[in-house]
Design a protein around this ligand. Structure first.
Ligand SMILES: Nc1nc2c(ncn2[C@@H]2O[C@H](COP(=O)(O)OP(=O)(O)OP(=O)(O)O)[C@@H](O)[C@H]2O)c(=O)[nH]1
Length: 581
């Protein structure tokens, strides 16, 4: 288990979540006035620790709470968080400086293959500054919209953030979303303009955007090249000067927040915790505020960059999320995965007292589309909605508006954030964006538009349950809830796509979409036709007819008992098109 404050970092076995959300309220109050300007960061040469001497020389008790900083790196996807983390790890001696240090904290195989962070990762840095020894606990977070839950969770353990913005691309949708997550949590925000080495970099214009959109004075921005290491030391100094230490009262009883956990086959559950009060040592008995169960601390220690945390599965938030976790389950757990249609939690208001008694509540939440209650049982259905932010060059605005309209979105706001880029705000039904909205947006804006969203409650909706049948059998993985107006087009699209994805078999396959007993779309996959007449040379027509009749009877039987096998990738192909129709 690993702590983020006070006592340093620790690890132990068999621990469940034990600090309540109330513990969060003990987090620091409003951020202190930041030191003005990147130039204010001192040039004093500082000491860092080589990875070789780190274990022997670092005595955790030397780090007082005042000399501890807990911070996250947040940014839009690909703006350079992991590269900056590499440089910070090198500067503080957590890893040796070699040319091979590329996204060191992206430890999962899937992260290395795809070149993106999907899981927040943590590391402790030790740094001497102006004669004091500091413990800097860093969390590198994912930038892709599908993994933004990782960002929110990481922020609960921090007092400040480095908001990294690409000097060429400027502010994007996840920059805005992540800034507001940090702002609402009252964290200190240090804007870092990265990639100043790029030919097309325009840090001055990005500074202006930051001032306009976030109201942060432009002289607070630190301009760096994480790739080349330019000015990265100022970032460490800003962390010390502008982010407050955690408010931990060591003499109080222990209070901590579990912000991540992993499972080790031999050591059991390992929890990463932010310590809010007290101290913790090996042998201590601790209580989970949630379950009231008592556990013994078996081990306490520093989480170093070489730990390999894995993560339990939080449902899918998009196609990338789905594919990444499918890949992780296959690679890390050797598990074969059956994918089902991503669904959102719908609600239904029950119509009679009898039903309310049966379900023990008036409003039920439906997670599994197969359990979607019939219209006769409800007075209204409700669907979750989100407030989406899109940032795009203005040349794509027309196409994007059409896409949003097709997804039943309602425009809420529109503003220019610089000369030719627009920020749009839309209310979207969550089920319209959860599958492939991001992919469609990227493809119609040649990759330039960015997107993020936040929860915005529920709205009334006309919903229906749609079944997909293969030769009369419901395919449970494809049962879905759709808006009434989209049922016909969605059913037709799924049938067409399935037809293209299913391999032909010896018997005919009927693909149908149905609302209850009403079939609304149908496609047919023709059977392979075996030439039963091949050996029947010449004449005798009755012999030929007999063979053809026997073949037709055989096929009928096969169709009835035929067990149609759907290839795994067929589900993903079907889902990808579903919401465009
Ligand atoms: N030229 C240049 N390229 C950089 C710089 N920093 C990062 N990059 C490149 O930008 C790409 C993305 O960098 P990452 O560090 O993976 O970005 P990230 O924000 O961690 O990405 P996600 O975690 O997937 O959101 C990589 O190809 C880096 O080499 C920089 O300062 N200059």
């Amino acid at each position: 288990m690993w702590t983020l404050a006070g006592q340093g970092c620790w690890r132990r076995r068999a621990l469940a979540s034990w600090a309540t959300r109330a513990a969060r309220r003990g987090l620091p109050g409003p951020r202190p006035a930041p030191t003005r300007g990147a130039a204010a960061e001192s040039k004093t040469p500082d000491r860092s620790y080589s990875s070789a001497d780190r274990k022997e020389k670092i005595d955790m008790s030397r780090f007082s709470v005042e000399n501890t900083r807990n911070f996250s790196i947040i940014a839009h996807v690909d703006h350079g968080k992991s590269t900056l983390a590499d440089r910070l790890l090198e500067l503080t001696g957590a890893i040796d400086k070699t040319k091979n240090n590329k996204q060191v904290l992206d430890k999962l195989q899937v992260e290395r293959e795809r070149g993106i962070t999907v899981k927040a990762q943590t590391a402790s840095l030790f740094y001497d500054y102006e004669g004091k020894q500091y413990l800097l606990n860093l969390i590198d977070t994912p930038g892709h919209v599908d993994f933004s839950y990782e960002v929110s969770r990481s922020l609960s353990a921090c007092q400040g953030v480095l908001l990294v913005v690409d000097a060429n691309e400027g502010i994007q949708a996840q920059t805005v979303a992540n800034f507001f997550l940090a702002f609402e949590a009252q964290l200190s925000v240090i804007p870092v303009i990265n990639k100043i080495d790029l030919k097309n970099a325009d840090p001055e214009s990005v500074e202006k955007q930051i001032e306009k959109v976030f109201d942060i004075p432009s002289d607070e921005c630190i301009k760096i090249s994480a790739k080349l290491g330019t000015n990265v030391e100022s970032v460490l100094q800003a962390v010390i000067k502008r982010i407050p230490p955690p408010k931990v009262h060591r003499k109080n009883p222990l209070r901590a927040l579990v912000f991540d956990s992993t499972f080790d086959q031999y050591r059991g559950v390992i929890a990463n915790v932010a310590l809010f009060d007290g101290v913790v040592s090996k042998g201590d008995k601790i209580v989970s505020a949630h379950t009231q169960k008592t556990y013994e601390v078996n081990e306490v220690g520093v989480l170093n960059p070489n730990e390999q945390p894995t993560h339990k599965l939080l449902g899918f938030l998009g196609l990338l999320h789905m594919e990444v976790f499918n890949q992780r389950l296959e690679q890390e757990y050797n598990a074969s995965v059956i994918l089902t249609t991503p669904t959102v939690p719908y609600k239904a208001v029950l119509s009679s007292a009898k039903l309310i008694k049966e379900y023990r509540e008036k409003e039920i939440t439906i997670i599994n589309p197969a359990q979607f209650p019939d219209k006769s049982k409800v007075t209204e259905y409700l669907e979750p909605i989100v407030l989406g932010t899109i940032i795009t060059p203005d040349e794509y605005i027309g196409k994007i508006m059409m896409l949003c309209q097709a997804r039943r979105a309602v425009q809420k706001n529109m503003m220019y954030i610089d000369q030719n880029r627009i920020m749009l705000k839309y209310l979207f039904p969550l089920n319209e964006i959860v599958v492939d909205f991001y992919d469609s947006l990227k493809s119609l804006s040649s990759g330039y538009a960015s997107f993020d969203y936040e929860d915005a409650g529920y709205q009334t909706a006309e919903l229906v349950k749609m079944d997909i049948l293969l030769n009369g059998n419901i395919v449970e993985e494809l049962v879905t809830v759709v808006h009434k107006d989209k049922a016909y087009s969605a059913g037709k699209a799924i049938c067409e796509r399935l037809k293209d994805s299913l391999p032909r078999q010896l018997f005919e396959i009927a693909i149908q979409a149905a609302l209850g007993s009403k079939i609304i779309a149908r496609e047919t996959v023709k059977a392979y036709r075996k030439n039963v007449l091949a050996k029947c040379y010449g004449g005798d027509i009755t012999r030929k007819m007999k063979l053809l009749k026997r073949q037709a009877e055989g096929k009928k039987k096969l169709r009835k008992v035929g067990n149609v096998e759907v290839p795994k990738d067929a589900f993903v192909k079907v889902l990808k098109t579903q919401s465009d129709k």
